[in-house]
Design a protein. Structure first.
Length: 196
C-alpha cells in the first residue's frame, strides 16, 4: 500500500511543517507530503517545502472576493494533487463550513493548548493568566466550530515559575514538533483514509 498523500496548509514560519517534512523524509514513514499551500506568498514555510522537494502553491486570500471562493481554489488544488489528508500547520485563516465539511474526517489541526482549554489566539498568555500548572498542545480533527473537533493526541508541558509567554511558547512548540508527526503516523497507519 502507498503512503498517505498529505497536503499542508500554512501561513508563516512553518516549523510544524518542518517537523512533518522531517518525519516524511524517512521512507518507512506511512505518509508523504505532496503539496504545501500558503495564503501568504512570503511564508518561510514555502521555502522549507521547496528545499524538501515538495510542490508549493501560494494562494493569496486577498485576491478573492470572499472566504468561499478562496477556499474553493484551495480545495481544487488539493484534489488535483490527489491529497487524502489535509494538515493545518499554523494556517491562520478561518475556513468556510463548506470547505470543512468537504474534508470532514480528512483534515487535522495542531493547536497550542490542551483543548478544550484556551481556544483561539494568544493561548500562552491565556494559560499564564489562568495560572494553570500544565499547558501543551492538541492535534484534533477539524470540524466547523473553531478549535473544537475530537482530539487525536495531546502533548503536555509544565508551566514553570517565572515563565513568560516566550519561554512557555518555546516549550510548547518543542512538544508540537514531537506531537504532530506522531499523530500523522497514527492516522496514516489507518488504511481507510487511502483512496487506493
Ligand atoms: C503553532 O504554534 C501552531 O500550533 C499555531 O501556530 C503556530 C504556527 O507555527 N496554530 C494555531 O494557533 C492555530 N489555531 P509554525 O508556523 O512554526 O508551525
Amino acid at each position: 500500500m502507498g503512503r498517505l498523500k498529505v497536503g499542508v496548509l500554512i501561513s508563516g514560519r512553518g516549523s510544524n511543517l518542518q517537523a512533518l517534512l522531517d518525519a516524511c523524509a524517512d521512507p518507512a514513514f506511512p505518509a508523504e507530503i505532496a503539496l504545501v499551500i500558503s495564503n501568504v506568498a512570503a511564508a518561510e514555510g514555502l521555502d522549507r517545502a521547496a528545499k524538501a522537494g515538495v510542490a508549493t502553491l501560494a494562494i493569496d486570500h486577498k485576491d478573492f472576493p470572499d472566504r468561499e471562493s478562496f477556499d474553493a481554489k484551495m480545495d481544487e488544488a488539493l484534489r488535483a494533487a490527489g491529497i487524502e489528508l489535509v494538515c493545518l500547520a499554523g494556517f491562520m485563516r478561518l475556513l468556510s463550513t463548506g470547505f470543512v465539511e468537504g474534508w470532514r474526517g480528512r483534515m487535522i489541526n495542531i493547536h497550542p493548548s490542551l483543548l478544550p482549554a484556551f481556544k483561539g489566539l494568544h493561548t500562552h498568555a491565556q494559560a499564564l493568566a489562568a495560572g494553570v500548572a500544565e499547558h501543551g498542545c492538541t492535534v484534533h480533527w477539524v470540524t466547523p466550530a473553531l478549535d473544537d473537533g475530537p482530539a487525536i493526541l495531546q502533548g503536555r508541558v509544565p508551566v514553570l515559575a517565572g515563565d513568560t509567554v516566550e519561554t512557555l511558547a518555546a516549550r510548547v512548540l518543542e512538544a508540537e514538533h514531537r506531537l504532530y508527526p506522531e499523530a500523522l503516523r497514527l492516522i496514516a497507519r489507518d488504511s481507510s483514509l487511502r483512496s487506493e
